[in-house]
Design a protein around this ligand. Structure first.
Ligand code: CP
Length: 309
């Protein structure tokens, strides 16, 4: 049987050792290959709290939970007591008291989990579905899974992360994990969306210098909802200056792959014709999201095996 990583909460990639992440990847791959899950002998409740919009993360966690035999509470923020001023802390405290075992949260507040994890009264496991511009660890795991499927290993791989770096939780999680696993990380995009803290992880270079030399081109969504309105690119200007145009794509090495966490702004970050092209792994990233999230949920339910017949 494939080994299972044991992790109490999954909120930041910093919290997991390389060994734990490799076990999660192994387990995600086993789920993808059809490893059967058994029905739990104890009822397990998962609650999904999404304060920011989501299609992929929300639905793939829901499917992962259902595939693992959990009972799923789709917590409706709009009809909950949050509308009466209840805090996130009191909401999670309540769900924990009601018997919820694991809570998946997406919030615009960075590190919202700090006070939740410090509470001796909150007993449920916390999984981060994305916190503002902070981290997106489950996206990171599915991205690693997609890269591993393609190249087998991360060591020495040249990965360019391109676009709205400073607002991207995907970029933050991925730059950390990829460098930990020995990949060479590069950055590109508008200079004002780069931050000096990223120098620790890799060089910032024009995309035209990078495109013919990389193995993985990871394009990022332009996060309009986090901008203050001072940015003045038109879509076409952005695409021509920083996007993957058809012309640039012709210079990619034969084995290079194109990734994007999605949703994609077609013809902005990536030319419409390239989104589903042979080099694109964007659909596979979405597919892998279910299996990566199954592995995460299984891991946070430490001693998971005892719940199964
Ligand atoms: N990649 C991603 O997080 O997509 P959603 O915002 O649709 O969940």
């Amino acid at each position: 049987m494939t080994s299972i990583a044991k992790i109490d909460h999954f909120v930041s990639v910093e919290d997991s050792s390389n060994e734990q992440v490799l076990l999660l990847l192994k387990r995600a791959s086993a789920f993808k290959q059809g490893v059967l899950w058994k029905s739990p002998k104890k009822q397990i409740f998962a609650a999904n709290l999404f304060f920011e919009n989501s299609t992929r993360t929300h639905n793939s966690f829901h499917i992962a939970e259902r595939k693992l035999g959990m009972d799923v509470l789709e917590f409706d923020v709009q009809t909950s007591s949050l509308q009466k001023g209840e805090t996130l802390y009191d909401t999670v405290l309540t769900l924990s008291a009601l018997g919820v075992d694991v809570v998946v949260i997406r919030s615009s507040v960075e590190r919202y989990w700090d006070e939740l994890l410090q509470s001796p009264r909150i007993a449920c496991h916390i999984v981060n579905g994305g916190d503002g511009s902070g981290e997106h660890p489950s996206q990171c795991l599915l991205d690693l899974m997609t890269i591993q499927e393609e190249f087998g290993d991360f060591s020495g791989l040249k990965v360019a992360i391109v676009g709205d770096l400073v607002h991207s939780r995907v970029a933050r999680s991925n730059m950390q994990m990829l460098t930990r696993f020995g990949a060479e990380v590069y950055f590109s995009g508008p200079k004002e969306w780069h931050h000096k803290e990223f120098d620790h992880y890799g060089w910032f270079l024009p995309l035209d210098e990078l495109v013919s030399k990389i193995d993985v081109l990871m394009m990022l969504r332009v996060q309009h909802e986090r901008h203050d309105g001072s940015q003045s690119f038109s879509k076409e200007e952005y695409h021509q200056a920083y996007g993957l145009t058809e012309k640039r794509a012709k210079r990619l090495p034969d084995k290079a792959i194109i990734m994007h966490p999605a949703p994609v702004n077609r013809d902005v970050e990536i030319a419409n014709s390239l989104v589903e092209s042979a080099k694109s792994r964007i659909v596979e990233q979405m597919r892998n999201g279910v299996y990566a999230r199954m592995a995460i949920l299984e891991a946070v339910m430490s001693g998971w095996e005892k719940y199964y017949l």
